[in-house]
Design a protein around this ligand. Structure first.
Ligand code: PAF
Length: 290
């Protein structure tokens, strides 16, 4: 496994892979790897000749008062894991390598950036969009892999790929959860034991939403009220938002349909967690007399 920190060196490795006509799978990460990331790496490994994992805690996607400086950084451990997974290249640039002096270009996912998480994290999705597009330009992957947990991020990335003809196939893989249902996230490392228990309310609320629609309750105001009731039982929980949205536009819907997404962000103590489910609503079987 090659660990590369410089853009020039990365370009040379990519040139060799392209000359050999190797297909490239990219898994962009900020490190502090968990089983969620590894599910993406394993899928990339299955489907491509070479796998590149980027590890870069991207300053442009953190707000001033957010957790950039204390975001978990476990680089050596991450590299050990990735080498065991058979990853070919780890790209781990410094901030000045990615954003040298004079860097001033923005990628603005206009109608998507002020919805859901974008409301309380202004500028976040511009930061994600620019770094992901830069990684695509540098690595020229055939396929890039993302987790469904960051649902809005996947919508933004699909949009920029389509709008700017980035020529990368985007694959979104299911959220990986612990045995209690908590979505794996690098930020779970911030939670105390009690908070980790409180954090289960996110998934419990999502399951409630899914079971309501299965019983025919598709009015989203009612769904959100029921979810709020569940979350309010956890002492350390404060709701940022709960929304049922169209999976492409992220516009709120009043009546939920199959494929719509229930997304939420909840603060557990000081830690902001997100999660979502894609709704499935079964059609009523048509009963026949025969
Ligand atoms: O999901 C993440 O870890 C980050 O937002 C990403 C896609 C690596 C961009 O920094």
């Amino acid at each position: 496994m090659q660990v590369i920190t410089a853009v020039q060196a990365l370009k040379q490795y990519i040139r060799v892979l392209k000359e050999r006509r190797s297909t490239i799978g990219l898994v962009p990460t900020m490190g502090a790897l968990h089983e969620g990331h590894l599910s993406l790496v394993r899928q990339a490994k299955k489907e491509n000749d070479a796998v590149v994992v980027s590890i870069f805690v991207n300053p442009l996607q953190f707000g001033k008062n957010e957790d950039f400086s204390r975001y978990p950084r476990t680089f050596d451990n991450d590299c050990n894991i990735l080498s065991q997974e058979g990853v070919n290249i780890v790209f781990n640039p410094g901030a000045s390598e990615m954003y040298p002096d004079g860097f001033c270009t923005a990628v603005i996912p206009e109608s998507l950036e002020d919805k859901l998480c974008g409301k309380s994290r202004p500028g976040h999705f511009r930061g994600v969009a620019v770094v992901v597009l830069k990684l695509f330009n540098l690595i020229q992957p055939d396929v890039a892999y993302f987790g469904q947990k960051d649902f809005q991020q996947t919508v933004v990335i699909r949009r920029i790929v389509s709008d700017l003809n980035a020529g990368v196939t985007i694959k979104v893989l299911p959220t990986i959860r612990d045995q209690n249902g908590l979505a794996l996230s690098s930020r779970n490392a911030y939670l105390s034991e009690t908070e980790r228990n409180d954090a289960l309310c996110l998934y419990q609320a999502l399951i409630r939403a899914q079971s309501l629609v299965k019983t025919g309750i598709v009015n989203t105001e009612e769904m959100v009220r029921e979810m709020e009731k569940i979350i309010s039982q956890s002492k350390s929980a404060t709701i940022d938002y709960i929304s049922v949205v169209n999976p492409e536009t992220l516009e709120s819907v009043q009546k939920a349909q199959s494929g719509d997404v229930v997304a939420l962000a909840v603060r557990i103590g000081k830690t902001r967690l997100i999660d979502n489910v894609i709704l499935t609503i079964y059609e009523q079987p048509i009963l026949s007399d025969t």
